[in-house]
Design a protein around this ligand. Sequence first.
Ligand SMILES: O=P(O)(O)OC[C@H]1O[C@](O)(COP(=O)(O)O)[C@@H](O)[C@@H]1O
Ligand SMILES: [Mg+2]
Ligand SMILES: [Mg+2]
Length: 362
Amino acid sequence: MPIGARPTLTQFLIEERRRHPNATGELNALVTDLSLACKAIAKRVAFGVLAADAGLPTAPVGVNVQGEEQKPLDVLSNEIFLRANEWGGHVAGMVSEELEAAYTLPPQYPRGKYLLLFDPLDGSSNIDVNVSVGSIFSILRARTPGEDARPEDFLQPGTDQVGAGYAIYGPTTMLVLTLGNGTHAFTLEPQLGEWVLSHPHLRIPEKTREFAINASNSRFWEPAVKRYVDECLAGQTGPRGADFNMRWIASLVAETHRILMRGGVFMYPRDTKDPARPGRLRLLYEAHPISFLIEQAGGRASTGRRRLMTVQPEALHQRIGFVFGSAEEVERIEGYHRDEPIDTYQSPLFGKRGLFATTAMA
Ligand SMILES: O=P(O)(O)OC[C@H]1O[C@](O)(COP(=O)(O)O)[C@@H](O)[C@@H]1O
Ligand SMILES: [Mg+2]
Ligand SMILES: [Mg+2]
């Protein structure tokens, strides 16, 4: 591969820093540490059950703060993220999906000027079936640089993010990154072990004919979501006048990657499944970083009702309804939420004689 023709991540970061004459290089050092953590996880994921530490790979090892089973790789990936990022003096604290409380750095390490929030292994229900998984991260500014971060310091709206990204451990390993100047994808060159800029300035097409939603939740959806999906399913003969394709991988990173590469819309909307949980995905370390990447690629990221990154967070592990992708479709879904007062939409597909009939038919 002619590396000279494509910058490495290091070259890219140096170029980025030149745009900010006062930058100290700490952000670049943090991204470098993060990218190392992702390489380490990629390597471990690739070895699968042959890895030396694999043990019993299908056995859950505990339950996290979300009440979800932790897989051994969830725990290991969390350790890799903590070890790679705690020592360098770039962060003042971290929040992880796998830790109930914010992580305080060991006393021997200096406190830096950034906060790091991450989902160390996203889509981990897919590990055993060898489907793409990933890691997601968000970078904020510390409120009191040089000191331990307080839990409330992490509760910043997504618009305050300095950087965000994910690594995808798929057929190729890729790192997708924004530092607020576009969304860029790097492919891991496996022989050199270098991230190479393969997809600079990604742009999501405004229009799409592809949507992603977990249809098994359809009986819990709000009317606006039912209406949107019904219209897509109705295809050429329906109000949209076009056939749509549907996808569901159950791996947020993989869904995001598809949408960044070829467009589409993703929905894990607020629903009525569990009134204590307004949505499935976590605001600070799933929805925020993905929203930043999507917006920087020209897409739209929403709660279903409004721009997601303007929501003021209230808790570290808060969940939220999340709709993102091609701007036109996301705006349409927001519009349906505005148009449809709750309970007035009569679904042709979800009613008695519908495609997704919830009442037993005679
Ligand atoms: O199992 P469901 O309800 O389809 O949910 C799938 C969603 O859950 C997640 O796997 C949650 O992430 P974690 O694996 O990090 O808990 C997302 O990646 C994905 O979009
Ligand atoms: Mg996740
Ligand atoms: Mg996870």
